[in-house]
Design a binder for this molecule. Structure first.
Ligand code: SF4
Length: 112
């Protein structure tokens, strides 16, 4: 479980920034961030990878990526679910400004 998180960080060290951002947001979310997190969490509750209690800490976690759910649901990465189940809810345009995107979105104001 925690080993999966460490493996992910070793594979992609930038992932630690993603995790830190999610923890910071979880500590003091805006109303919209909280709403999105709750919508993501409701998807997790119906997922085969969701586990209600991590041994020792007793917190809910994702068996696929090892992340603690109560923090992961606040990530600012689009569809960060390891099996892509958050895509539909994250695509809701009202959350669009939450996400950092690797590829800039081209629009009428974009020069290149
Ligand atoms: S993050 Fe994705 S894979 Fe993990 S429990 Fe939630 S829906 Fe399932």
């Amino acid at each position: 479980m925690v080993g999966k998180i460490v493996k992910n960080i070793l594979k992609n060290p930038k992932h630690i920034v993603t995790i830190a951002n999610a923890w910071i947001t979880a500590a003091n979310p805006t109303t919209e961030q909280k709403e999105l997190a709750e919508r993501r969490y409701s998807i997790c509750l119906g997922c085969e990878h969701f586990r209600e209690k991590r041994p020792v800490t007793g917190e809910p976690y994702c068996a696929e990526c090892g992340c603690p759910m109560k923090k992961k649901i606040f990530t600012n990465v689009f569809n960060e679910c390891p099996v892509g189940k958050w895509k539909e809810v994250d695509s809701d345009v009202k959350y669009d400004n939450f996400f950092k995107r690797d590829i800039p979105v081209k629009n009428s104001k974009t020069l290149f």
